[in-house]
Design a binder for this molecule. Structure first.
Ligand code: FAD
Length: 599
């Protein structure tokens, strides 16, 4: 059996001591988000995650979802847990108060997401999608759609989906075939088949609000001809001001997938047969509207990597303390037992330090990016809003891909720490690797994230987005150039940052001549940017820990561990930057050397 405790101390350290997230309370509309309020909300979220969602994680995996003639049932306990979740107002954290929301920072919602995902990734996905649907409708829907759907998505009684994928159309959304025909009354008739739709049908909520990509009759080919439609499972009825689900709309679930992980999350095939829907945003501008949902979801999927990784790390650590095997050279030999705890072995330490350094560094990366989501939407200075928006645009693919890679690596290491007990089902560890795996695939595979970074984000505004990361790292290194205490951290960071700068210049130059050079380098470049940015955040964390140590009420052991883990990151993980830089410098030649039929 696995156990889970929300990592409140670490989250608070990142939010308050490193990122100074209390400054968000100075922004219009976020006055309530003081550090005290944030801490109180996180305490409650931790309790809900630990006591309501987590006990259903292993049982939900074992039981899975069932399908019977269009009806989908989630595992035992999921409907009650979801009811408790919405009763606590957890679906409305960031929603606008005028639609019944609490108007709290996006950053806070991402932390809540981390706890819920650690506790039960399959169940946490349902409110996650609703959150994305809420924001897409809020940004692009007309007033009538907003008035009908936003209060229901905010209070969680209705849930949301995103319906993009079709049998012939995955990464390439230009291949969408679903059709939308004007009905003459302002609505549309939507027809087509969508596959792999998370929570497309379930027994958790009164009804489901599908956001569907489809083509109008006059649509140009490719992604420029895709529009977004809101298609409810039930047509809404206005009962004297109160909206309720009415007659069934023309959408049915024809099956659910049997799959590797997240068994408690139904992955549905949905057939739309002249279903009634309404346009969200402008005709043929569906990609823009859907990107509001997808960008939010990409950060949330990065958080999934973090959440599953945290659960894996906690359980590996507990096991390493308790399991005894072998003698350590010069080891404890303390109590007459035949073997030392495996945590004393250097190879187990290597794995635990790797997990801890990647996880805590990844957390800083995710929350630093999420903080800028709030700055981008609320800062009074338009230039600061733009700068924050640039940073979020640049780092979204990095958070999504780097953190989901880490989540899977950490789950894999947790199995290794457990030995054979990690491989068998009973301990619950192998579930984490199976659950984490999908996060590298959906919301755009990690390969597609790398292409987005290199193909779109790097070149935008002649490197304008990149400056949001390069300038603060440069300034940090300059500020600490003569600081001998910081040198063990800033030395390796400066070296890796230099490699990143060179690789950026190289890609910019070669891509102009041959775009396939950039696409072949994309994966390595994303990893390099992720490693260096996390390195910079580790240096900041170590300095913040040093500054705090010795202060009133300081937890000396926690802060000392931060400094030591930062040093481990610089010495054992950041050097991977050299390998990625070398692969980028080698170019596309050997990647593409074999003809397709020579494999
Ligand atoms: C459990 C689960 C839940 C899901 N939930 C949803 C959901 O709620 N809504 C939804 O719409 N979809 C959902 N999906 C679908 C998911 O988003 C897609 O599977 C994903 O986007 C990849 O598409 P694909 O499977 O068609 O793979 P493909 O697009 O066929 O890709 C196959 C491989 O080719 C690579 N590739 C593709 N194009 C390129 C390119 N141009 N350059 C380089 N490499 C490329 C990919 O990176 C990948 O490695 C879900 C899938 C699963 C399994």
């Amino acid at each position: 059996m696995t156990t889970y405790r929300a990592p409140l101390d670490d989250v608070r350290f990142v939010l308050h001591d490193v990122l100074d997230a209390g400054r968000l309370a100075g922004l219009a509309g976020l006055q309530d988000a003081t550090p005290d309020v944030v801490d109180a909300v996180l305490d409650q979220a931790a309790r809900l995650a630990e006591t309501v969602l987590f006990p259903l994680n292993q049982t939900g995996d074992a039981e899975g979802c069932t399908y019977d003639n269009g009806v989908v049932r989630t595992p035992a306990g999921f409907p009650q847990a979801y009811a408790t979740y919405i009763a606590g107002g957890w679906t409305s954290v960031t929603a606008d108060p005028c639609y019944g929301g609490q108007g709290l920072p996006a950053l806070l919602n991402f932390v809540v997401d981390e706890f819920m995902t650690s506790a039960n990734m399959a169940l946490a996905m349902v409110p996650g999608l609703s959150h994305g649907a809420y924001h897409a409708i809020a940004a692009h829907g007309d007033d009538a759609l907003k008035a009908t759907y936003l209060p229901k998505l905010a209070d969680g009684t209705w849930t949301g989906t995103m319906c993009l994928t079709e049998p012939q159309c995955g990464s390439d959304l230009g291949l969408i075939r679903s059709k939308a025909v004007p009905a003459g009354d302002g609505s549309f008739r939507i027809s087509g088949t969508k596959i792999f739709i998370t929570a497309g049908e379930h027994d958790l909520a009164e009804t489901i609000v599908h956001l569907v990509l489809a083509r109008l009759p006059d649509a140009p080919p490719g992604t420029r001809g895709v529009s977004m439609f809101l298609v409810p499972k039930h047509l809404p009825v206005d009962d004297g001001g109160a909206t309720r689900p009415g007659a069934r709309n023309g959408v049915v679930c024809t099956g659910i997938e049997t799959k590797m992980g997240i068994h408690g999350s139904p992955t549905c095939t949905l057939v739309f047969d002249e279903a009634t829907g309404w346009l969200v945003g402008a005709p043929h501008k569906g990609m823009r509207a859907m990107f509001t949902m997808m960008n939010d979801a990409r950060l949330a999927v990065g958080i999934q990597g973090l959440g599953v990784g945290e659960l894996a790390y906690q359980n590996a650590l507990a096991y390493a303390r308790e399991r005894r095997q072998g003698r350590v050279p010069g080891g404890r030999a303390d109590d007459g037992v035949a073997a030392d705890p495996i945590i004393d072995h250097a190879d187990i330490r290597r794995m635990l330090m790797t997990m801890k350094a990647q996880l805590e560094g990844g957390r800083a990366l995710a929350y630093w990016t999420a903080l800028h989501v709030d700055l981008a939407s609320r800062h009074p200075d338009p230039a600061r809003r733009r700068a924050a928006d640039d940073l979020v645009a640049l780092m979204t693919p990095v958070v999504k891909a780097h953190l989901t890679d880490l989540g899977q690596d950490i789950a894999d290491l947790a199995i290794q720490v457990h030995g054979g007990y990690g491989y068998i089902r009973e301990t619950g560890i192998e579930q984490l690797l199976r659950d984490a795996r999908i996060a590298r695939i959906y919301e755009g595979t990690n390969g597609i994230q790398a292409l987005d970074l290199v193909g779109r984000k790097l070149g935008e505004g002649a490197g304008r987005l990149l400056r949001q990361v390069f300038h603060p790292i440069d300034a940090f290194l300059a500020d600490h150039r003569d600081d001998p205490v910081a040198a063990p951290l800033t030395g390796p960071l400066a070296k890796a940052f230099g490699r990143l700068q060179l690789a950026t210049g190289l890609i910019a130059r070669t891509a102009l001549k041959d775009p396939s050079e950039a696409t072949a380098a994309a994966h390595d470049y994303l990893k390099l940017l992720g490693l260096v940015t996390v390195g910079w955040l580790w240096a900041r964390m170590a300095l913040a820990a040093r500054a705090k140590a010795g202060g009133p009420g300081a937890d000396a052991r926690f802060l000392d561990a931060k400094v030591k883990t930062a040093t481990f990151y610089m010495q054992h993980i950041l050097p991977q930057a050299a390998a990625h830089a070398a692969a980028i410098a080698a170019g596309a030649g050997s990647v593409m050397a074999l003809d397709a039929d020579a494999f």
